[in-house]
Ligand binder design. Sequence first.
Ligand SMILES: [Zn+2]
Length: 63
Amino acid sequence: MMTETPPPKNSTPRKRCPICGRLADAAYQPFCSLRCADVDLARWLGEVYRVPATEDEPDDDET
Ligand SMILES: [Zn+2]
């Protein structure tokens, strides 16, 4: 019986940056750069801390 383990094709398959689609950088995985990592973080925070854009209603109507 031949039990050969298949040789690894590419040692480390590089992922692609989910922001811009470029190959991810090892230093900023899974992003390609610090900038893209920041963009993703900003998006994520934007979802969590959704600040209402219209909060300028005059509340001095009560007398
Ligand atoms: Zn990117």
